[in-house]
Design a protein around this ligand. Structure first.
Ligand code: TGC
Ligand code: FAD
Length: 389
């Protein structure tokens, strides 16, 4: 099933610029030629796509909104969203790779880094020659990162870092990690830890049933000497890592629309071709109900993202607005993946079709970057002013 069509039921394309559409098309073409031919095997074999990060660099998918002088493309937030949508139409693992590199590694270096750090790391991260990871979650602190235990001490000419991070996308592959840790006053700060520093290891997490084409692992720090120039000077407190999450969660809101579209397009085509009781299954009301609901939900999600993108371009998107979009759209996508699989009957469980892969991937997406329930509580707090965590 080629990626030829995209539902645009409300004529939303009219609200995009020619540049947006060109960017979307170029990423779509790349997904078609690079991702689609190998993604099922990679997921089945639980292995990443070889050379993925350099490919993402070549097509401008790494740090699209980072200024050109640091190797980014200086694009707007809607372009970033459209890139994420097309990548996740291929697979959430591909979007994850781009999300982490762009929003969780390049973003904090660009926002909170020194001029030297920006010049040293950003161009190589933009080209994909360097792979970054983001260490916030710990074995004992996931939804509540403010209670993290990882810490560093000032030793005069360097910092001494101890602790461990868990569930870290691309940790086994990364050249650098942006690590959030507490200083001696218990305040959270960011450090850039480089592979090769003594005492720094990145064991891989095996046997995932989700995001199988993405590497996940730990970041372990055992008396790691981190040079003082590797501290991100521009931010202190939980708002540092949470600002990065705002950007990544925004990208996920768009990304999952891509996964939903892939399932929707496949289900529409199949329902017209597959005949039972002498008629295409798409002629039965129960199947039409599913398809009609998929398109309605995709359209609502597209409008949510487009307006959120405009707010973000104007620096007016609040964290709670981003939480609402992340929560709504991931739930929308996982439900479409599950329901559309049923439209394919037994065929729906096969690797030739994308539904099971997307549905399994979205189990991670509904959990990472703040769980479904955490985002609900963020909205609840925004409505009532009462923190229910
Ligand atoms: P709280 O007391 O509410 O806030 C502490 C400070 O942070 C500020 N803040 C924010 N700043 C920027 N953006 C946001 N979204 C912010 N939310 C809060 C807040 O103003 C305050 O600032 P200040 O100056 O007063 O100190 O914090 P809390 O400890 O009660 O926790 C709040 C909570 C639960 C919402 C937050 O911790 C949270 O979002 N938890 C979920 C954790 C999470 O999302 N982890 C994601 C890990 S990374 C990941 O999953 C990558 S997956 C990558 C991939 O493969 O795609
Ligand atoms: P917990 O926080 O233990 O939550 C368990 C359950 O309790 C959830 O349902 C949650 O909603 C619920 N819960 C928690 N607190 C409350 C409350 N106050 N009220 C009601 N319910 C509550 N992290 C990184 O730092 N970097 C990465 O690159 C990264 N990549 C990831 C990749 C994958 C594939 C996965 C699965 C995770 C990744 N994560 C990463 C971690 C991810 O962000 C966490 O898994 C997530 O934040 C949830 O934390 P937890 O798993 O510890 O669950």
């Amino acid at each position: 099933y080629p990626l030829t069509s995209i539902p645009d039921y409300y004529g939303i394309d009219a609200l995009l610029t020619e540049e947006h559409k060109l960017i979307r098309q170029s990423i779509r073409d790349w997904v078609e030629s690079f991702v689609m031919p190998q993604i099922d095997q990679a997921a089945q074999n639980h292995t990443d796509l070889p050379g993925l990060m350099k490919e993402l660099g070549k097509i401008g998918a790494l740090g699209p909104y980072i200024p050109v002088e640091y190797g980014g493309s200086g694009l707007d937030q809607i372009s970033y969203g459209l890139i994420m949508q097309e990548l996740e139409r291929g697979d959430s693992a591909v979007r994850s790779a781009a999300s982490v590199q762009s929003s969780l590694v390049m973003f904090p270096i660009n926002e909170f880094g020194s001029e030297e750090q920006k010049r040293k790391y950003l161009p190589q991260l933009a080209s994909g020659e360097m792979i970054g990871s983001f260490g916030l979650t710990e074995p004992n602190h996931g939804s509540d990162p403010g209670s993290m235990e990882t810490n560093f001490k000032d030793m005069g000419d360097h910092y001494l870092l101890n602790g461990a991070k868990m569930w870290i996308t691309n940790s086994p592959l990364c050249n650098i990690a942006v690590v959030w840790a507490k200083n001696e006053e218990g305040k959270i700060q960011g450090l850039i830890v480089e592979r090769g520093m003594e005492g720094f290891t990145t064991p891989e997490t095996h046997n995932k049933w989700s995001l199988r084409a993405s590497k996940t692992g730990e970041l372990v720090f055992n008396n790691v000497k981190v040079p003082k120039e590797n501290l991100l000077p521009g931010v202190t407190g939980l708002k540092g890592p949470l600002s990065c999450l705002n950007s990544a969660r925004y990208g996920i809101s768009w990304g999952v629309i891509g996964a939903a579209i892939d399932c929707y397009c496949t289900a529409v085509q199949y329902s017209k071709e597959r005949k039972q009781f002498g008629k295409p299954i798409g002629s039965y009301q129960l199947q039409q109900k599913k398809l009609a609901e998929f398109l309605t939900e995709i359209t609502k999600a597209q409008l949510l993202c487009l307006q959120l993108g405009s707010l973000k371009n104007d620096h007016k998107a609040s964290p709670a607005q981003i939480s609402m979009a992340k929560r709504n759209n991931v739930k929308m996508a996982i439900e479409i993946a599950r329901e559309s699989r049923q439209i394919l009957g037994g065929m729906g469980i096969m690797g030739e079709f994308p539904m099971m892969r997307h549905a399994a991937n979205l189990e991670s997406v509904i959990t990472y970057e703040g769980t479904h329930d955490v985002h609900l509580l963020i909205t609840g707090m925004d409505i009532t002013g009462i923190n229910a965590f």
